[in-house]
Write a protein of this length. Structure first.
Length: 318
């Protein structure tokens, strides 16, 4: 019996239980005690202790570009988050786990293995693209309607055409929201000699980032640490500058969409024209992304009803 669905991303871990809804939405990170190799905190708890703990405690993000990067830490993180969500280890059950259609066999095996070990459970891998469509209410598991999705997470972007509950064409790029954050951090260091934190870069991306030209020029003051002397220093940047810093990542999203469209079977062309493209993931809300994709594809592009949680909800309904 399947009792829950799990979405393990580069940025977030989400757990959804039918009848109860979303029980957990936590950062995909853990604090590791390097003396013993044990995970001592996970999720928001792990982020809250950064900079406040001894040197032998290290913050680790065990999922990179949508794949398991550190099996032991990922298992420890998921075990703690599973307990936080109230998933009991006493009853044998099956958990649906979202997986990218573009994941390699090795990546699929690693994801299934780490979830099974962490939660002591049987695992059923569900294609994330089809789960997104189902969670958005536009594709039933047995419906022969083609639905195209672009799902941009923290470490990957997946464009896919789904039909009959499966994926018929897809294109994956190892680029996501965290890559945009890192591009901004690199730009600050190179242009201003300023080191800024991950959270600062992410907030700036949300506030000033955009994917299409805009008439409204926004500015923000950003505080960081000087590369040379380590002193706190601030600079003022514009929305145009921020947009330029993440342009390479936006172009990668464009390529994923265009490559996927090129592989769509002609039998599904009518569905694609009628429904367009639906956006999922944290970057889906980036200002101007819908307009940018509409311009390059000549298709309608819309934001999903629940872009962040549709995948895990759809996997639970599969």
């Amino acid at each position: 019996m399947r009792i829950a669905a799990l979405d393990v991303g580069s940025s977030q871990v989400r757990i959804f239980v039918p009848g109860k809804g979303l029980l957990l939405d936590e950062p995909a990170c853990a604090v590791v005690d390097e003396r013993k190799g044990h995970v001592v905190a996970a999720g928001h708890r792990a982020l809250s202790v950064v900079g406040k703990v001894p040197g032998y405690l290290r913050l680790v993000r065990p999922i990179r570009h949508g794949a398991v990067d550190d099996f032991a830490v990922a298992a420890g993180m998921l075990h703690r988050l599973g307990e936080l969500a109230g998933l009991s280890r006493r009853t044998r059950r099956t958990i649906a786990v979202c997986v990218s259609p573009g994941a390699t066999p090795i990546e699929r095996k690693a994801l299934a293995g780490v979830c099974a070990e962490a939660l002591d459970t049987d695992v059923q891998l569900i294609d994330r693209a089809a789960a997104c469509a189902i969670g958005d209410g536009v594709l039933g598991a047995a419906d022969g309607i083609g639905v195209m999705t672009l799902d941009v997470g923290g470490g990957t972007a997946q464009a896919a055409m789904s039909c009959w509950g499966g994926v018929v064409s897809q294109s994956l790029v190892r680029c996501g929201g965290r890559d945009m954050d890192e591009a901004l951090r690199s730009w600050f260091r190179g242009s201003f000699g300023l080191v800024v934190g991950e959270d600062v870069a992410e907030e700036l991306k949300i506030r000033l980032g955009h994917a299409s030209p805009t008439a409204q020029m926004l500015r923000a003051e950003v505080l960081g640490r000087d590369v040379e002397d380590g002193r706190p220093r601030s600079v003022v940047v514009s929305s145009e500058e921020v947009a330029g810093a993440i342009e390479e990542q936006i172009q990668a999203l464009e390529k994923a969409v265009l490559d996927c469209i090129a592989a769509v079977p002609p039998e599904l062309a009518t569905d694609l024209l009628a429904d367009g493209i639906r956006l999922f993931g944290g970057v889906a809300k980036l200002a101007g992304l819908q307009e940018r994709l509409e311009s390059v594809t000549s298709l309608s592009v819309r934001l999903a009803k629940e872009p962040l949680t549709a995948a895990v909800a759809g996997a639970a309904m599969w």
